[in-house]
Design a protein around this ligand. Structure first.
Ligand code: AMP
Ligand code: ZN
Length: 116
């Protein structure tokens, strides 16, 4: 399968792995839009949050807990940060493999209004 994030999971393309366990992998976003911008992804290829099933509850929790721990490690937990899942076309999702954006290290602007 030609999925860029599956290739990162399989170490077929390089990424600086910040965290890895049996369920998830985390690495810096290649085009960061804040001082801290990390992607946390499931090892399993699941295209979007809309595709999750009840059996993925543990995985979903692991994605958020990994983001929380990496935020602690990056020293941004006191001031705060954003966690973002883009979902499909209206959500602006470009890579069809679930990824949780951890974004912080600066005060972030709001940018979630519908495009006119
Ligand atoms: P989204 O728009 O939510 O689908 O976000 C996809 C994100 O993946 C973007 O922020 C990209 O910069 C990032 N990205 C794409 N390819 C890579 C890669 N090879 N390594 C790290 N981040 C990537
Ligand atoms: Zn994939």
């Amino acid at each position: 399968m030609d999925c860029i994030f599956c290739k990162i999971v399989k170490k077929e393309i390089p990424a600086k792995i910040l965290f890895e366990d049996e369920l998830v992998v985390a690495f810096p976003d290649i085009h960061p839009f804040a001082p801290v911008h990390i992607l946390i992804i499931p090892k399993e290829h699941i295209e979007t949050i809309a595709d999750l099933q009840d059996k993925h509850e543990k995985l979903t929790g692991r994605l958020v807990m990994t983001a929380k721990k990496l935020a602690d490690k990056a020293g941004i937990s006191q001031n705060g940060y954003k966690l973002l899942f883009r979902v499909k076309k209206h959500g602006g999702q470009e890579v069809p493999h679930i990824h949780l954006h951890l974004i912080g290290g600066a005060k972030l602007s709001e940018n979630i209004r519908p495009i006119k």
